[in-house]
Structures are given as structure tokens and as C-alpha cells.
Design a protein around this ligand. Structure first.
Ligand SMILES: [Zn+2]
Ligand SMILES: [Zn+2]
Length: 504
């Protein structure tokens, strides 16, 4: 039999431990409320865009703050039974974790979380039991019994059975889902669902530095029912398809210049358009002089593959005439900074010079359709011709590089002995535009909305967005959006609205 004094010491110690558990949950809860993406990384959770961040902020924040509330209240006041609330949650958490260990092919690292959560559970249970035992041993016995009452155990057993039933039926559930998903994909047609107007989506909003949220540059433009793609950066074809666009419907590709981050996936896109759409015509690829070399190269590299496809699927499914691409070079007349390259079905596309030296020529594009307009900068320093061409535009999509952060990265690379990376990082400062400069251009052009894309450096968590933006908002009164893959801007014909939508 434990002496009264010892029981008191034990009870106090467990009460302090329960309070510490509450404080730990409090820190986590506040962390999830204020820095959800950072905390989520520690919990191996990856949010899907802003909605995911919001769910983590709300749900995880509420779980930890709620448990903290009852832990602290139970530890500080005499109402130790309030600890039953976090005990119930922790029991379910540990049950879920253990179930996952059996079915999820998990790395050992999860075992740490289980040990920690199980320890918390034991502390809280003991805190309740010792408190009751100190007060009244008979009551304590009842409290222990209450935890293991037949109704609670029965409820738990039912829960285990339901979960086990679902796991046993995984194959069948998966098969049912295949049907649902396949039907959804067959019915989806983003182009057909949009109202008449000018729409632009980001199938690549990043640059060569790897960014989990952004692949290399790629934008698709929908004017009425016509689909165009501007630049085909590595990784972008997959993004385009994930955004429910059919490569088979692409009318033409427009290249801004021939850096690899803008052309790397031209071959894949040509193949997908041809095979996916049974196209009989090769893909038209517009660009300044040099586009012939790029298209010829991709055609050659894919020539063996297209032969295999025809041999395997037959010419009716993949007509040989539709394989690859055809270059549509354009040039500027002497002294001119712009040239109209497409004028059809109410759409006018103007190519204009930008300054991305030593890359020359490099161009940007302006799209005009039914009174709505869009300018895409391509890669450039602040450019006068771009400012002129962007006059009165609805949406200016301008490349942007954050110089302070890039300089810091360069210094860090230098310090860690990666001199070549440090030099490249330093060099890129000389042929891109800073967010503040893009904002000044948007203001001077009288743009309605500024979107920053070709984002350098990577922004893995959105709390970095403000750092990236710098003082840009001081120079432009309209809205500024930092581009991220999956975003779609819609500009319906006949009004001035610019609507944002997520396709990923
Ligand atoms: Zn470039
Ligand atoms: Zn680039």
C-alpha cells in the first residue's frame, strides 16, 4: 500500500506532467494556426494549395488547441476528469497510427510518433487515476472501471470491426473508385466549360531552380474555344493534363525564347497532342528565328519513337502525317518592335521584343480577344517595348526574381564550396526583373492585375510570399498575385472581371 505522502507526490508529479503535455499541445496548436505549412512538414503532411493549408490550419490547430485546453484545465484545476477528453483523442490517434503501421507500408520513423503519443496517453490516464486514488481509493477503483466499462469496450470493438471491414474490402472499394474516376475524366472538358472570353492557366510558374509547387514555364491560353500554349518547360505537359486539358486540342505552341527551361518538353507535348488527338497535322510552333532549329531537333529526337507508335497502334489511331511539329518563325520588320503573328477567330496575338540578352531574340506575347487582353512577358529585364505593348492590358503576367533572396542563396552556395552554383545564381540577376520593377511596369502600363510568374527563387511555403514580393505593392495599386501551378485566370467577354480558379 502506497503511503499518503508518496501518493500525494506521485499525484503532483503526474499533474505537472499532464500540464507539460498541455503546454506542448498548446505550442503545436499555435504553430498550426500561425505557420501551418511549416508545422505540416514536421508531420509529413503536404497541403494541396491554399485550401489544404486552410484545412491544416483549422483542423490540426483545433485538435491540438482543444487537447491543450482540456489538458491544462485538468492539470491546473481540481477537475482532473477533464483529462478524459484528450485521453479519448489520444486513444483514437494511437489506434489510427497502429492501424496504419499494419496496412500503410510505413517507414520506421512513424514508430517515434506512436511512442510519444502513447507516453502522453499513459501520463494522462495515470494523472486521472492517481488523483482519484488520492481522494478516495474506492472511487479510484470505479474510475478505472469506468475506463474499461463494457459499453466503452463494445463501442471500441465495433469501431475496430468497421475499420477492419473497410481494409478487407480495399480491392472492391478501389474498383468502384476506378469507375467513378474514369467517368469523371471522360466527362471533363475545361475548355468547353468556360464562358466565352480570354482565359489563361499556369501549367508551369517556376524556373530552373527546383520548386515543389512550380515546374518550368508553361502557360495555356484559351480564347473562345481555341487553345494555345506559351512555352513548354520541363514537367509542364503532366501539369497541363492534371489541369484536365486535352493536348489533342492544342492549336499551336508559342515559344518566347530557347532557354531549356522554356522548351524542354516540346517533344512530349507534340507526342501527346498527336497520339492523344489522332491529329493529322503536325503541331505549329511559333517563335523568333531559331525556332526551326529547335523544332527540327525535337522532330529528329522523336522520329524513332513515332515510328514505333505507328507500327504498334496503326496509322488510323496515330496518322503519320500528324507526328512532330512544324516551325512557324516570325521576325520583326526593320525598326519595329512588334508583329502580329495570329489574327483569326476574333483572336489577335502580337509578338514583341523584350530584353533577355545575351539571349536574342527573346519575345513576349500580347493576346487580344473580344475586348479582353493579356500580356505574357517571357524572360526579360524591365523592357520599354513591353511597357508600351502592355498599355491598358487587363492582365499582365510578368516574370519576377527576388534579388535579396537570390543574393543570399548565392552567398550561401559560395560559403559551402559550390562556386559554380554561386556564380550562376549571381549571373541570373542581370537578365530578369525584380518584383518592384514589374509592379512599376504594371502601373505605368495601366494594367488591371499583375501576376508574377517564372518565380525565382523557389517558394516552398507561402509564408515566403511576402518576402518575395518585397515592396512591389508600393508601386502598383491593383492586385498582385504570385503565380503557382494550377491557377486559372478567366476574363469573360463583355465585362471587366478577372476571376481566379484552381484547376489542380
Ligand atoms: Zn531565359
Ligand atoms: Zn527562363
Amino acid at each position: 500500500m502506497i503511503s499518503k505522502r508518496r501518493m500525494h507526490m506521485l499525484e503532483t508529479a503526474l499533474r505537472i506532467l499532464a500540464g507539460l503535455v498541455g503546454l506542448f499541445f498548446l505550442v503545436l496548436g499555435i504553430g498550426f494556426l500561425t505557420l501551418p505549412e511549416v508545422l505540416a512538414t514536421g508531420f509529413f503532411v503536404e497541403p494541396a494549395r491554399a485550401v489544404g493549408i486552410n484545412a491544416i490550419r483549422g483542423d490540426f490547430g483545433a485538435l491540438f488547441l482543444g487537447m491543450s485546453f482540456f489538458c491544462l484545465l485538468g492539470a491546473v484545476t481540481i477537475h482532473r476528469r477533464l483529462l478524459v477528453v484528450p485521453i479519448v483523442f489520444l486513444t483514437l490517434v494511437v489506434t489510427g497510427r497502429l492501424t496504419g503501421l499494419l496496412v500503410d507500408d510505413l517507414p520506421v520513423v512513424v514508430a517515434d510518433s506512436i511512442v510519444i503519443e502513447f507516453s502522453f496517453l499513459i501520463i494522462l490516464v495515470l494523472a486521472v487515476v492517481t488523483f482519484s486514488a488520492k481522494k478516495d481509493p474506492v472511487k479510484a477503483d470505479l474510475t478505472v472501471k469506468a475506463f474499461f466499462s463494457s459499453r466503452i469496450l463494445l463501442g471500441f470493438a465495433v469501431l475496430v470491426l468497421i475499420v477492419a471491414g473497410i481494409f478487407m474490402s480495399q480491392k472492391k472499394i478501389g474498383m468502384a473508385l476506378v469507375n467513378v474516376i474514369a467517368r469523371q475524366f471522360a466527362q471533363l472538358d475545361v475548355v468547353g466549360d468556360l464562358p466565352d472570353g480570354l482565359h489563361v492557366g499556369l501549367c508551369g510558374s517556376g524556373a530552373p531552380l527546383t520548386d515543389a509547387k512550380r515546374v518550368c514555364p508553361c502557360l495555356f491560353v484559351i480564347a473562345g474555344k481555341s487553345l494555345y500554349v506559351v512555352d513548354t518547360g520541363p514537367g509542364s505537359t503532366r501539369k497541363l493534363e492534371l489541369m484536365k486539358l486535352q493536348p489533342g486540342n492544342i492549336k499551336a505552341v508559342l515559344l518566347t525564347h530557347f532557354h531549356s527551361d522554356h522548351i524542354g518538353e516540346l517533344g512530349e507535348l507534340m507526342l501527346k497532342r498527336w497520339a492523344g488527338g489522332s491529329r493529322q497535322d503536325p503541331l505549329e510552333v511559333f517563335g523568333p528565328p531559331g525556332v526551326e532549329t529547335v523544332v527540327r531537333g525535337f522532330n529528329l529526337a522523336y522520329s524513332l519513337d513515332s515510328g514505333y507508335r505507328v507500327a504498334h497502334h496503326g496509322p488510323r489511331t496515330v496518322p503519320p502525317s500528324g507526328a512532330g511539329g512544324v516551325a512557324k518563325p516570325f521576325d520583326f520588320a526593320a525598326g519595329k518592335e512588334a508583329v502580329v503573328i495570329i489574327d483569326a477567330d476574333g483572336l489577335k496575338v502580337t509578338a514583341f521584343r523584350v530584353d533577355h540578352r545575351p539571349v536574342a531574340p527573346a519575345v513576349g506575347y500580347r493576346f487580344d480577344y473580344e475586348g479582353r487582353s493579356l500580356v505574357i512577358s517571357g524572360d526579360t529585364l524591365p523592357s520599354e517595348s513591353l511597357r508600351r505593348q502592355a498599355a491598358g492590358v487587363d492582365l499582365l503576367m510578368h516574370e519576377a526574381l527576388q534579388p535579396t533572396v537570390v543574393r543570399t542563396l548565392s552567398r550561401l552556395n559560395q560559403a559551402s564550396g559550390r562556386a559554380n552554383i554561386a556564380n550562376i545564381t549571381e549571373d541570373i540577376l542581370s537578365y530578369h526583373t525584380f518584383p518592384e520593377e514589374a509592379a512599376r511596369i504594371a502601373a505605368a502600363a495601366g494594367a488591371q492585375h499583375l501576376l508574377l510568374y517564372h518565380v525565382i527563387p523557389p517558394l516552398p511555403v507561402s509564408i515566403l510570399n511576402k518576402t518575395f514580393m518585397g515592396d512591389a505593392k508600393k508601386f502598383f495599386n491593383g492586385p498582385i498575385t504570385i503565380g503557382v501551378d494550377g491557377l486559372l485566370f478567366s476574363m469573360p467577354a463583355g465585362n471587366k472581371k478577372i476571376l481566379k480558379k484552381w484547376l489542380l
